[in-house]
Every structure is written in C-alpha cells, then in structure tokens.
Design a protein around this ligand. Structure first.
Ligand code: SF4
Length: 237
C-alpha cells in the first residue's frame, strides 16, 4: 500500500542513485536540435545520433551545406538513421531554408521574445508539437519550462496517480503540472528531472510491460500498488 505520494524531489534522488547523473544525449542548440530530430526515424536518441553523425561526416549540419546538397545526397547520409531518409532529407532542407529565410540564420535569437511567440515559431517546424517545443526551450536555456519527455509522459503520472490518463495530451499536461508543483523553476533542476524521467521510461518504466520488480521506486509507486492489489483480489488483465 502507498501511504502518500512520494515527493518528486525524493523520487529523483532515488532514480539518480540508481541510474547515476544523466546528461543530454542530443544537441541543445535550437537549430541543431531540429536537424538532429529529423536525422532518425523512428525517432530515438540512437537513431537520430546515427543519422546526425553520418550527416555531419558526409555533408554538413549547417544551413548552407544542407541547402547546397542534392536531396539524394542528404538521403544517403541519413540512411543510417532509419526509415524514410528521402522524406527526412526534404525536411532538413525545409528546416534549413526557414532558419535562413525567416530567422535571419539565427533561430536562437528569434526565440528570444515572448514564450508564446517562441512556441509558435518552433511549432511551424516539421515534427515539433508542444513537447518538442518545451524540450527545446528548456535545454537551450531559453525558459526553465516544465518539459516532460515526449515518449514517456506517463512515468510521473503512474507513480503519483496510479494510471496514466485517458489520452496522451491529458497525461502530458498532468505530468507537467506535477513537475511545476514539485521542482524548482531552475534550468538545472528541470533538466535533471527531464533526463532522469526519460531514462526511467526507457529502461524500466516502459509503456507496456513496465519492469516493476526491478524498479527503485516500486515501494512508493501507486501504479505498482494498484497492480499488486488487483493480483491479491484475483483481478485479471
Ligand atoms: S514500479 Fe513500475 S510503474 Fe512504478 S515507476 Fe517503477 S516501473 Fe514504473
């Protein structure tokens, strides 16, 4: 039985003791992040990292280099990142073109106005919705926003509330609220929370079949407590 929800600060301490301190495995500059994010598909740190390394070696990650290269050459460079390299090559040219033509070549500078404006600019780029915009703003040092890892927003919600919510958007906002209320609005604190929750969602608290038996927070997790109550009551499924 879970007596009371574990404080998020205590939860992060425990995750950090288990996984160790985490560092961002992706570029934190806004323009570079957008390019990196299109370097792999399906998107993951590993796939995007493979495509990014190959692109950097064989073409360039800078706007001029990307715009000067034929799509077929970009697609070849992106192939180690996974599926649909031609489509991703076209995306790279769209991103590079927009940054050059609409942002005067300096996306970071264009994001320095109001947060509403910065978010609007970011969401015009391919594959960027609210979670991607939050991540860019936090890691670029533009706003210490409560960003939540887009592939596992359910982690905090499971631990504190027991079940993820009815859809992705509601779960994301719930996780964001938990971070806003539980973590100081500093860049370091919120980046640390983001990276530890991301690691936990990748390693143990997976979307399907979480490995609760090995989890360092299982004693305080409402989701695990609910499952064990269901088992003792003979609930199936
Ligand atoms: S006990 Fe299970 S559901 Fe809870 S945080 Fe750990 S892995 Fe996730």
């Amino acid at each position: 039985m879970v007596a009371a929800a574990l404080k998020i600060s205590a939860l992060l301490e425990r995750l950090e003791s288990f996984y160790g301190p985490q560092t961002a495995g992706f570029p934190t500059d806004p323009y570079q992040f957008l390019i990196w994010w299109s370097c792999g598909y399906p998107q993951s740190d590993r796939a995007c990292g493979r495509g990014w390394d190959s692109l950097r070696r064989s073409v360039s990650v800078e706007p001029d280099g990307i715009l000067a290269a034929p799509v077929s050459e970009l697609a070849r460079a992106l192939a180690p990142g996974g599926m649909v390299p031609e489509k991703r090559a076209q995306r790279l040219q769209e991103i590079a073109g927009r940054v050059r033509d609409e942002c005067g070549g300096d996306l970071r500078e264009r994001l320095s106005g109001s947060m509403a404006e910065a978010r609007k600019i970011l969401k015009k780029f391919p594959s960027i919705a609210d979670p991607g915009a939050d991540r860019i703003l936090l890691f670029a040092g533009i706003s210490p926003i409560a960003a939540v890892p887009s592939n596992c927003p359910y982690v905090l919600v499971r631990i504190q509330r027991g079940r993820e919510r009815e859809n992705y958007g509601v779960t994301y906002r719930e996780a964001q609220k938990l971070i806003e209320n539980g973590i100081a609005p500093s860049f370091d604190a919120r980046r640390r929370a983001y990276l530890l929750l991301k690691r936990h969602g990748q390693e143990l608290c997976r979307s399907s079949k979480p490995r609760c038996g090995e989890c360092p927070v299982k004693r305080d997790c409402a989701f695990a407590a609910g499952n064990s109550r269901g088992r003792s009551a003979g609930v199936r499924g």
